[in-house]
Design a protein around this ligand. Structure first.
Ligand code: F6R
Length: 605
């Protein structure tokens, strides 16, 4: 959360910085700002609200200069406002700083700086940084040393970028929050994430924790905290700027839902062969997991639901598995041993709670694996192993295609673990692999028919939306409810179907709609739960395989999915739920790609 951009090359920085901020808005959109070195000083422009508000200010004030930094904010310290927007300056406009993360000792630093006569103009933790730098500059330090000395005083997680009045450079560092340098033919870019500058270059350097980067018009240096130069590899990004555009769709979310046949093809490409039932995960040697006896997942939000789905896939193959909410696990880790595989499921690879959970395992014998979409992300770099889901960039804040790719990759990994542990394929192997090949096409047929667009018109003005399911349908119901509440702002909850009668049934009224997910496993029991809510007046929309006749006859409305194996029917049902949430949110004219109060990459605990 919070997006940083930076740029140092010929021409005016403002256009590049604004484009970068607009491409990073998925990381936060409470306010936006930029600082541009104009030849004799620094112009700082910032505004509460989305980057569009800043653009209006930029059009009016026309700042200009080749070096600049920018920021789009997701508020942590202090409400969204012009004053709390980044960049922040010190007592003069000599130094401007943008920041992502939380400076935990800001209170102490702020009091100390105030005692020395520094005046603060915002409620943010960030503002201590330019004041500290300014003090060191006033004491005669060079900008690089002043930056290093200021950063030395900080505790917490942060990515920082700074420009200084009389120096043609951008100074940047990270600890916990991501930063990536883009190398262009005529200069450099800096950003929290690659979409900020992918239209200009695909050559990048991912900064490591505690790296300090100094970008000058024609050179760059990366140093450790003792100012010793360090070498970092240059990576090539394998997707293009078109992948990160809306391509004619009204919203990124709708585009990403529709991308699922293609993104799943990428996820599975070359990883299995249904004819001889081989599974090739290039990341691992055959037999790599033979010592593993149980799997623990740590994840948040949608990724947690994918992890719960993964528990079912592993459990059905006789491998004990448990999914932890990373925010809890980071505070209360469970005992592990050298037969435990801990999988951090994280699309971005930057979620603070998930990273912290994985870090808690550093001094244990457990093996850690990151299941992530983002090459070079912190999770990918800090774990023993990584399995990429290869879904392509996901810009909409609500995760859609990455959930499908996470579950699909977990299906393959589960089968692979079973083979490594037992020496033979599971009894579900051929059914799973055969069905996986058909999955992208089946999702394509759901997207073509899209029945929920029409159906939702019948269900306007309901008080509550309950999503229920059993077995694999349970994480799908939880995911359906999360998506629904996230983008429609309507009340929604997900429940294990059998749980309703232990409390939630008290909430059911004729103004409740129950969305029941069926996968072909345990359907009879879920149907009983459907009848129980219908008896209390609720209306039921069933999402179920096309041949589920009894479900069709019992539910008030029936949304069919093509028949696959019960293990994958959950994924197909989830696509219908994604579309359902999308259509309701669209009808309510919600901010679908940037839901209120949310950000895509949650880099604070
Ligand atoms: C919901 C959503 C979030 C994320 C969660 C974890 O649509 O996107 O719940 O799933 O913040 O993010 P990652 O997967 O990046 O760790």
């Amino acid at each position: 959360m919070c997006g940083i951009t930076g740029r140092i090359r010929s021409g005016n920085a403002v256009g590049d910085l604004m484009a970068g901020l607009e491409n990073l808005e998925y990381r936060g959109y409470d306010s936006a700002g930029l600082a541009v070195k104009n030849g004799h000083g620094i112009d700082v422009l910032k505004r509460e609200g989305e980057a569009a508000e800043l653009r209006a200010l930029v059009d009016q004030r026309q700042p200009s200069g080749p070096i600049g930094i920018g920021h789009t904010r997701w508020s942590t310290h202090g409400p969204p406002s012009d004053a709390n927007a980044h960049p922040h300056t010190g007592s003069t406009d000599r130094v401007a700083v943008v920041h992502n993360g939380i400076i935990e000792n800001y209170d102490t630093l702020r009091e100390e700086l105030k005692r020395r006569g520094r005046e603060f103009t915002s409620d943010t933790d960030t503002e201590v940084v330019p004041h500290l730098v300014e003090e060191f500059l006033e004491d005669g330090a060079e900008p690089f040393d002043a930056f290093m000395s200021a950063v030395d005083r900080l505790e917490g997680s942060y990515a920082l970028a700074m420009v200084v009045e009389d120096t043609d450079a951008i100074f940047a560092t990270r600890n916990g929050s991501p930063l990536v340098v883009g190398l262009a033919d005529d200069g450099y870019f800096l950003a929290s994430d690659v979409p900020a500058f992918i239209e200009f270059t695909d050559q990048v350097i991912y900064l490591e924790n505690e790296d300090v980067a100094v970008l000058r018009p024609d050179s760059h240096g990366i140093f450790d905290r003792s100012a010793t130069a360090v070498d970092r590899p240059i990576d090539t990004i394998e997707w293009s700027s078109e992948d990160a555009e809306k391509s004619g769709y009204d919203h990124y979310m709708l585009k990403e839902i529709h991308e699922q046949p293609a993104s799943l093809n990428q996820t599975i490409h070359g990883r299995f062969d249904p004819t001889d039932e081989s599974i090739t995960l290039d990341e691992f040697e055959p037999g790599d997991f033979s010592d593993i006896s149980r799997v623990e997942f740590v994840a948040c939000g949608t990724s947690y639901h994918a992890a719960l789905y993964g528990c079912h896939l592993l459990g059905q193959r006789g491998i004990p598995a448990y999914a932890h909410r990373a925010g809890e696990y980071a505070s209360n880790p469970m005992p592990v041993d050298d037969e435990t595989l801990v999988i951090g499921v994280t699309q971005s690879g930057e979620t603070a709670d998930t990273l912290e959970s994985l870090r808690r395992l550093e001094d244990t014998p457990a093996r850690t694996l990151a299941l992530t979409n983002v090459v070079g992300s912190t999770a990918a770099r800090e774990t023993d192993d990584v399995l990429y889901i290869r879904a392509g960039p996901e810009i909409g804040v609500a995760a859609t295609k990455t959930f499908s790719s996470q579950v699909t990759a977990l299906a393959l990994l589960s089968e692979r673990l079973h083979r490594d542990i037992t020496g033979e394929p599971s009894e579900r192997s051929s059914e799973l692999l055969g069905s996986l090949s058909a999955l992208p096409g089946q999702i394509g047929s759901i997207l073509d028919s899209d029945p929920t667009a029409e159906l939702i018109k019948k269900y306007q003005g309901m008080d509550a939306h309950f999503f229920i399911g059993r077995g694999i349908a349970h994480p799908v119901a939880l995911e359906g409810a999360l998506k629904f509440k996230e983008i429609t702002y309507e009340h929604a909850e997900g429940f294990a179907a059998g749980q309703l009668k232990h409390g939630p049934l008290a909430l059911v009224t004729p103004n409740t709609v129950v969305i029941a997910v069926f996968t072909g496993d345990h359907d009879e029991k879920t149907l009983n739960n459907v009848r129980e809510v219908q008896a209390r007046g609720a209306k039921v929309i069933a999402i179920a395989p096309e041949d589920a006749e009894e479900v069709r006859d019992t539910a008030d409305d029936f949304v069919s999915i093509p028949s696959s194996t019960p293990e994958l029917n959950g994924l197909l049902a989830n696509v219908q739920l994604q579309l359902l949430s999308y259509h309701v949110a669209n009808r309510l004219e919600r901010s679908i790609d940037k839901p209120r109060n949310l950000a895509k990459s949650v880099t604070v605990e």
